[in-house]
Design a binder for this molecule. Structure first.
Ligand code: 6PG
Length: 468
């Protein structure tokens, strides 16, 4: 019977949560997973919502139970699995049907899939969905890319399941092709940097100030009532107060300091390099994850060189300093993310709506934070200018950057590794330096490669009178 409004393939954690969210909002959904047992289990655990769910054991069954024209959401792992799924699905579909890749995808692949869909005459959307498991279930932030016509056909469904901020759905069309996945990738780059800076501040408290997990938790919980109010600060406080059931110890003290990654932060760094857009805090955060992963080498390094002192001299920093440093770092890192989006607009001739992106990130997603509302207002006033120059954020940076400097210098002096925070400070300093040292780079380039340089006192391209 053709009565489903939508189909969904891939009942992993995110897929099943999204399916339940869709069913709860009153849409009928047909679901399919390659492993039939998973489909059966899912429909058994759906409870009352199963009234709106049609579990399918074959792709044929899936497509025949969805109303025409069909919309089918893919929630399969990024990469070749998406292409394989599209390959098996497309022959079963009509030209007016839409395939929606709602997983984390490399936007280059989404661009390719969008062109292939155009050639095949079928609809295709690449949608970034943020908010983890809970977001997918109760309201994620949604960044869509692809043909506007396709989005207009399904937007009501995505707006219904999305998080709401002041009643407005956090779901938006960002532009053609892979632009939705590009925005999601930048979101994840910011996510990496935000998490890294929080981890560094936690490290200063833990190692530099010898504060235990319970007390750290109270500090983060307090900060969550101020300018830092955000999902990541909130969960940091909760993580720090959680005890291991077996040992009764803070669970954070039992977790190995080796961070995993699926690679979306790396994609952000790669795309920024392609665009020549500077996002050094995000790059530092990606590098820090890579460094963390090599625990054996770090252990060996500690044996060879000895550990850094780490403990801060008494009274050198207080908790208010750390809060101010984190506020400044956060503004600088979000500013880099938005500048990257702006650079994509110029290079790809996209029209990514920066203020709307800030709005879509205000609820549901992992980087949601009270600052994003002010960022949306600042970007609405001037979507091109780097956020750090908007009067509102410039004032905050003027008042907090000296404290960021104090936190960075004291931490570095004690050997506390703070790659993201120190990168934030250096970025800030570079952004207010009218006379940098790149004249030396230009001279060197000309010396060894006759690449030429410009002069302050004369027009045109020049070469040096190099001695040899
Ligand atoms: C989100 C998250 C989500 C996820 C990624 C990245 O917005 O909901 O970004 O997409 O956490 O899988 O995680 P990694 O840390 O493994 O790269």
């Amino acid at each position: 019977m053709k009565n489903s409004n939508v189909g969904l393939i891939g009942l992993g954690t995110m897929g099943s949560m999204l399916a339940l969210n869709i069913a709860e909002k009153g849409f009928h959904i047909s679901v399919f997973n390659r492993t039939t047992e998973i489909t059966r289990k899912f429909s058994k655990t759906a409870g009352k919502l199963s009234e709106n769910i049609t579990p399918c054991e074959t792709l044929h069954e899936l497509v025949t139970t969805i109303k025409n024209p069909r919309a089918i959401i893919l929630m399969v792992p990024a990469g070749s699995a998406v292409d394989e799924q599209i390959g098996t699905l497309r022959p079963l579909l009509n030209p007016e049907d839409i395939i929606i890749d709602a997983g984390n995808a490399d936007y280059n692949q989404t661009n390719r899939r969008a062109s292939e869909a155009l050639e095949n005459g079928t609809g295709f959307l690449g949608i970034g969905v943020s908010g983890g498991e809970t977001g997918a279930r109760y309201g994620p932030s949604i960044m869509s890319g692809g043909s506007k016509q396709s989005w207009d056909r399904v937007s009501h469904l995505f707006e219904a399941i999305a998080a709401k901020y002041d009643g407005q759905p956090c779901a938006k069309w960002m532009g053609e092709e892979g632009s939705g996945h590009f925005v999601k990738t930048v979101h994840n780059g910011i996510e990496y940097a935000d998490m890294q800076m929080i981890a560094e501040i936690y490290g200063i408290m833990r190692d530099g100030m010898q504060i235990d997990a319970r007390e750290c938790s109270e500090v983060f919980a307090r900060w969550n009532n101020g300018s830092l109010k955000s999902y990541l600060i909130e969960i940091t406080a909760k993580v720090l107060s959680t005890k291991d059931i077996e040992t009764g110890k803070p669970i954070i003290d039992l977790i190995i300091d080796r961070a995993g990654q699926k690679g979306t932060g790396r994609w952000t760094a790669i795309e920024a390099q392609h665009l020549g857009a500077p996002i050094p805090i995000i790059e530092a955060a990606v590098a820090a994850r890579n460094l963390s992963a090599d625990l054996e080498t770090r252990r060996n390094g500690e044996l060879v060189f000895g550990p850094a002192p780490k403990i801060l001299p008494k009274g050198s920093l207080d908790l208010d300093d750390l809060e101010a440093a984190l506020i400044a770092g956060k503004i600088l890192c979000y500013a880099q993310g938005f500048a990257l989006l702006s650079s994509a607009n110029s290079t790809f001739s996209w029209t990514l709506p920066l203020p709307e992106i800030a709005k879509v990130w205000r609820e549901g997603c992992i980087i949601r934070s009270s600052m994003l509302n002010d960022m949306a207002s600042a970007l609405a006033q001037n979507p091109i200018e780097n956020l750090i120059f908007s009067p509102y954020f410039a004032n905050i940076l003027k008042s907090k950057s000296n404290t960021l400097r104090q936190v960075v210098t004291s931490s570095l002096a004690s050997g506390l590794p703070i790659p993201a925070l120190s990168s934030a400070l250096t970025y800030f300093d570079m952004m207010r330096t009218s006379r940098s040292t790149a004249n030396m780079i230009q001279a060197q380039r000309d010396y060894f490669g006759a690449h030429s340089f410009e002069r302050f006192d004369q027009q045109g391209a020049h070469h040096g009178p190099w001695s040899d």
